[in-house]
Design a protein around this ligand. Structure first.
Ligand SMILES: Nc1ncnc2c1ncn2[C@@H]1O[C@H](COP(=O)(O)OP(=O)(O)OP(=O)(O)O)[C@@H](O)[C@H]1O
Ligand SMILES: [Mg+2]
Ligand SMILES: [Mg+2]
Length: 558
């Protein structure tokens, strides 16, 4: 039997005398959480826009995403050329990729497996037989004049992605959102056009032509930019766990097209526009919000929305027109005559697939599915009893999750809530201030755990914990306890000592005491602050508050 899959051998590459560039310039820090403080301002403006929109009229917004994910594979979808990012221009190009007549496509088995694995993780129904189609359009970076895709019968369809929407600082609680998946299809990427405005010429790099993509088409189930961004974030987590896509948006490995429309409540759906070139998760939220707002303004002013493709311009933070949307029939879809129907084995009769089998075994792949982010979150909330919100934050940042497991597994007696607070609230804030990445090699779970121990045993207070975290991220090789001992940062918990300190502060500040007794309760904080100051923040502040309050009460009653 002849295999429909290619046997990967040497790469047939040739060089075209054309351009240069790096794809994707805007690098996104995927440190979603450490920027949470900074992003609160943006989120607030987003929500203000939304609130205004809802108040002004009864506009409903509808958002549907199409996401192209580059399949992690050494070679292309239908040829043996390499796929590495940043390869010299036109070096990863086989004769087939350049559409040289007489060359034929040979399907890459690894890409089919990656597509099936992704489909299973998203609860899609894998079609036992799917087919390839030609989608025609004319553009210089598409040498064949058509793209091979799966239009009529895709690899998989009918899935669902359920994910939490949680914006630290803006929402107090997470809410669960469901978005249905219309289909998952395999397709080729196009080449890359480079427009040199000064020299009035366009150059083409075909290294990307034929790179394997999965296109995930989501149903229009979303309502706003935050839901869209949270979906993209969850998909990134899933694909990275599966290893089917690197999801490096800055390299173009994950590209999001956001379809947006608005309509008045009770009326039919509006005309959609499609926003492309969205280069980061945060930009997805901003682009969608901008587009909703733009459409509402046009309709409020009596205008009409045209079905067009727009681009997100990250510099001016607005969507700009790209081109009119081609009508469906303009693509002149037709079956790809050079590829047989793609058959996959659905039943699971063999425990390990026969290596000679030319069918991808869906049952076998199902058993290789790793733990998905949703399951990790459930495990965290069930096993450690931490909040949904904390679980979302930990799972969203793999480095944070590793530290959490590192801390908890080293010593089971550690308080999970205290540990998450140290990671989420304190560590991220300090890293943010120091402009350091979370992945910094200076940070070990062991020393973070030691800080948790000192706090849990009340040897230090939170202010000292912050100082110790600063020492850790600055690369101090001493252990947190050594640093604490050396600087004499041990917490003052001795009751009589705290009594003595509070008495001294009351005696030294008769005016503040008088004001407090006269009803100026805010003055209380100044008195607490004074005890903190004379102890260099070492006092157990909970005890200080209690003792001070009691003493002031007694004084008033005396
Ligand atoms: N009224 C609407 N408002 C917002 N989004 C919509 C609306 N109707 C459909 N969509 C979304 O538009 C997308 C349509 O994608 P699909 O791939 O089927 O067609 P396309 O955009 O015309 O094709 P192409 O792959 O060439 O971009 C889906 O993600 C869907 O959720
Ligand atoms: Mg599409
Ligand atoms: Mg589209």
């Amino acid at each position: 039997m002849i295999s429909v899959y290619s046997k990967r051998k040497s790469v047939c590459a040739f060089v075209l005398p054309v351009a240069f560039t790096r794809f994707g310039t805007r690098s996104e820090s995927r440190n979603f959480l450490s920027r949470r403080v900074k992003s609160v301002a943006n989120q607030t403006s987003t929500f203000t826009v939304e609130t205004l929109r809802n108040q002004q009229s009864h506009w409903k917004s509808v958002v549907g995403l199409e996401i192209h994910a580059q399949i992690t594979s050494a070679s292309k979808l239908f040829s043996g050329a390499g796929t590495e990012f940043g390869a010299p221009v036109n070096t990863n190009v086989s004769l087939f990729d350049a559409a040289i007549p007489g060359t034929l496509p040979v399907l890459n088995r690894r890409c089919v497996e990656a597509g099936v694995l992704t489909a299973l993780a998203l609860s899609c129904t894998v079609n036992p037989v799917s087919v390839f189609d030609r989608k025609h359009y004319f553009y210089s970076d598409l040498p064949a004049g058509y793209q091979i895709t799966q239009h009529r019968v895709p690899l998989a369809q009918g899935g669902i992605l359920e994910y939490p929407v949680f914006i630290p600082g803006a929402h107090n609680k997470t809410y669960s959102k469901k978005c249905f998946i219309k289909q998952l299809q395999l397709e080729q990427d196009s080449g890359k056009s480079l427009h040199d405005a000064e020299a009035c010429r366009s150059l083409v790099d075909l290294s990307r032509a034929g790179v394997p993509l999965m296109e995930l088409v989501f149903e229009p189930d979303l309502e706003n930019g935050e839901e869209a961004a949270a979906l993209v974030k969850e998909l990134i987590l899933i694909l990275q766990r599966l290893g089917t896509c690197s999801c490096k948006m800055e390299e173009g490995a994950l590209r999001v097209d956001a379809n947006v429309s608005v309509h008045r409540e009770g009326e039919p759906l509006g005309v959609r526009t499609e926003v492309k070139n969205i280069g980061s998760v945060r930009a997805v939220a901003h682009a969608v919000e901008y587009e909703i707002d733009r459409q509402v303004k046009i309709l409020e002013a009596g205008g009409v929305i045209v079905n067009e493709t727009r681009a997100w311009d990250a510099d001016s933070r607005q969507t700009v027109p790209m081109r009119d949307k081609e009508e469906k029939q303009d693509y002149r879809y037709m079956p790809e005559p050079n590829l047989p129907p793609l058959r996959v084995l659905l039943d699971d009769c063999h425990s390990v697939p026969d290596s000679d089998s030319h069918h991808v075994n869906v049952g076998y792949l199902k058993r290789t599915l790793p733990e998905l982010p949703r399951e990790t979150r459930e495990n965290l909330t069930n096993r450690y009893r931490i909040s949904q919100e904390s679980a979302v934050i930990l799972v969203n940042e793999n480095a944070l999750l590793k530290h959490f497991y590192g801390i908890m597994e080293e010593k089971r007696s550690r308080d999970p809530k205290l540990s998450t607070n140290i990671l989420i609230m304190e560590l991220l804030t300090i890293l943010n201030k120091n402009k350091l990445p979370l992945e910094s090699s200076q940070i070990s779970s062991k020393s973070l755990g030691a800080v948790v121990d000192l706090l849990q045993s009340k040897k230090i207070n939170l202010v000292t914990a912050r100082k110790l975290l600063q020492e850790i991220i600055s690369g101090n090789p001493e252990s947190p306890s050594e640093v604490m001992e050396k600087h004499g940062w041990t917490q003052i918990t001795d009751e009589s000592e705290i009594e003595r300190l509070c008495t001294a502060v009351i005696e030294q500040n008769p005016n503040l005491v008088k004001e407090f007794h006269a009803g100026k309760t805010k003055v209380f904080n100044s008195l607490v602050g004074k005890v903190a100051k004379i102890t260099e923040n070492r006092a157990n502040m909970a005890a200080v508050v209690q003792v001070l309050r009691e003493k002031l009460r007694k004084l008033q009653n005396a």
